[in-house]
Design a protein around this ligand. Structure first.
Ligand code: G4P
Length: 552
């Protein structure tokens, strides 16, 4: 009888494991995770709103915008963000479309917050490149694209604002090729732009989709239907003769470009499917979503420092902490750690180990962010982002595990370009140090110290001026400390890979200062790129390899 019971027990366990495996397979297969990269004003907020509208996550256009301007109600320091009209915080929005769960990682738009964007892109599987049709590729897009490229993310391009006078489609394609080395595969193609925007030609179906202004009866002149086959005899009468002629020419030219989509190229981030539309008028967004859901990369295996890959369907839970944020809700004085689920199933209340410290933590109050409202999450799978109230146990780049101890590779940081001593009044030293530690732990800013033991004031190292302002604002707001900044005349930082030994024997360095980071590693600061080149020319071999990023 005992043998039989044991056998039954084993069978039950096997059945449960098979069921879990099936659930994991199914859930991972329907996850699509992405971040939008764009230059401020290209229409990211508008696009996000329209995507959510399709997903049924919001019910009225204007909700995201409304949230954007009512943020001060939920967080004090975001007042700064309101004053400057920029988005500092990063959230993950979740919605359903076409049987898939889409997770949109919202990237901060302002260039000073590239650090955060870096981290957000470390948690993304796909990038949506949003381009203003009139302006083409802009500086901020270049910076962000470099990050997406480094991670080899598949890129989907949406050319927005076609209802305004725009560049020719071929000019955009050429920019993508020249600047990013991206081969384009136009999925749809614009017919006219601005006042003469008639619609798009959808290549896979060989149909023309007529432009309609959202809500209003704005359908293109004379069109009775929203779609026409390219061969439809009625079609030429629906646009001015030159546009019709242009369309036929374009269709031919596009065929020369190739009509087969190279999916391997898309997955490798070398080929980008391109869409044209108008987010504001909700035109072209659904077409985009349909293709995106089909073609976007699913959560894939992740490499680890241990050399083994973690499959997203592995039964063991693993997660990556990619962003920390304090005091999102001033009423609760809390901290949130954003975790990307990499494998297994996340469950509310589960116990995980932090690979770095070995500490076991119960994930008690998991949250998913919707704009600035929180919903408690019961479960999550690879590709999902979960906001955990942070008991101080997490640092950026931490790996959370339930199975064997594994660690994901470190998240790179941008090289700082601005440096300044941060100081306070002598009687505020205690809260000051607490504040520096808090903001540092959160990764809000990098900190360096002088090698002179009598100079104890921290040196803030930032990518943009706004990072300084945020630190000062938060020091005052959250820790009650008034601070002053004393800028340093340096703008290039290099970490010495060989450490202190590499610096010995190298004599006095011209126009250069040596500082140390919080891990006591030497960092060289240069007044300009020229000074760096000079030092390299003179001492390069002795100094050995230098890195623009904080070493892992
Ligand atoms: P961002 O988040 O990338 O910074 O851009 P956002 O969506 O806030 O859009 C920037 C401006 O561009 C907004 O105008 C928005 O309405 C407009 N816009 C977005 N998509 C389109 C489009 O497809 N066509 C046209 N014509 N305009 C578009 P605004 O005047 O700054 O704000 P609002 O008064 O319209 O809210």
């Amino acid at each position: 009888a005992t043998a039989r019971a044991a056998q039954q027990q084993q069978q039950a366990e096997q059945a449960a494991a098979a069921l879990t495996a099936e659930v994991l397979q199914r859930e991972v297969a329907r996850r699509r995770n992405f971040a939008i990269i764009s230059h401020p004003d290209a229409g990211k907020t508008t696009m996000t709103e329209k995507l959510l509208l399709y997903g049924g996550a919001i019910h009225e256009a204007g909700e995201v915008k409304a949230r954007k301007s009512s943020r001060s109600a939920t967080s004090d320091w975001m007042e700064l963000e309101k004053q400057r009209g920029i988005s500092i915080t990063s959230t993950a929005l979740t919605f359903e479309f076409g049987g898939c769960q889409l997770n949109l990682l919202d990237t901060p738009g302002h260039q000073d917050f590239s650090e955060d964007t870096y981290r957000t892109l470390a948690a993304a599987d796909n990038a949506v490149l949003l381009v203003d049709g009139a302006k083409g590729i802009e500086p901020q897009t270049r910076k962000l694209f470099a990050v997406a490229r480094m991670r080899g993310l598949p890129v989907f391009t949406f050319v927005n604002k076609m209802d305004r006078p725009a560049l020719n489609g071929f000019e955009i394609i050429e920019q993508l090729e020249k600047e990013f080395g991206l081969q384009s595969y136009p999925v749809n193609w614009p017919i006219g732009s601005g006042d003469r925007f008639v619609g798009v030609y959808h290549r896979p179906s060989q149909k023309v989709v007529m432009y309609e202004k959202s809500g209003a009866a704005g359908r293109a002149k004379g069109a009775r239907r929203s779609e026409y086959a390219l061969t439809d005899p009625e079609l030429p009468s629906l646009m001015e003769p030159d546009l019709w002629e242009q369309l036929q020419e374009d269709v031919e030219l596009l065929e020369v470009l190739g009509d087969e989509l190279d999916m391997d190229g898309v997955m490798a981030g070398k080929v980008t499917p391109v869409f044209f539309g108008s987010a504001m008028n909700n035109f072209g967004v659904e077409l985009f979503l349909q293709t995106f859901v089909e073609q976007a990369a699913r959560p894939g295996p992740a490499s680890t420092r241990q050399g083994v890959d973690v499959a997203p369907t592995s039964p063991n839970f693993t997660g990556l902490v990619f962003k920390l944020q304090a005091n999102m809700d001033p009423k609760h004085r809390d901290k949130v750690a954003f975790v990307r689920v990499v494998s297994g199933k996340f469950e509310k209340g589960m116990k995980v180990r932090v690979a770095r410290s070995g500490r076991t933590v119960t994930l008690a109050a998991p949250q998913r962010m919707f704009a600035n409202e929180r919903q408690t999450v019961q479960e999550g799978f690879a590709g999902d982002v979960i906001g955990l109230t942070n008991p101080g146990a997490f640092a950026i780049g931490d790996t959370l595990v339930t199975g064997p101890t594994l660690a994901f590779p470190p998240i790179p940081t941008f090289s700082p370009e601005l440096f300044a001593y941060l100081r306070c009044a002598p009687n505020q030293k205690k809260p000051f140090l607490k504040g520096v530690e808090g903001l540092l732990g959160e990764g809000a800013v990098q900190v360096l110290y002088s090698t002179d033991e009598y100079i104890t004031d921290p040196v803030l190292a930032a990518v943009g001026q706004l990072q300084f302002e945020v630190v000062q604002y938060r020091m005052k707001d959250e820790y009650g400390v008034d601070t002053t900044l004393e800028p340093l005349q340096y703008c290039v930082a290099r970490w010495v890979k060989g450490g202190w030994p590499a610096l010995e024997g190298v004599g006095r360095l011209f126009n250069t200062t040596v500082m140390k980071d919080v891990y006591d590693r030497p960092v060289l600061l240069f007044r300009n790129e020229f000074a760096l080149q000079q030092v390299l020319g003179e001492h390069g071999p002795k100094l050995g390899e230098l890195s623009p990023f904080a070493l892992p």
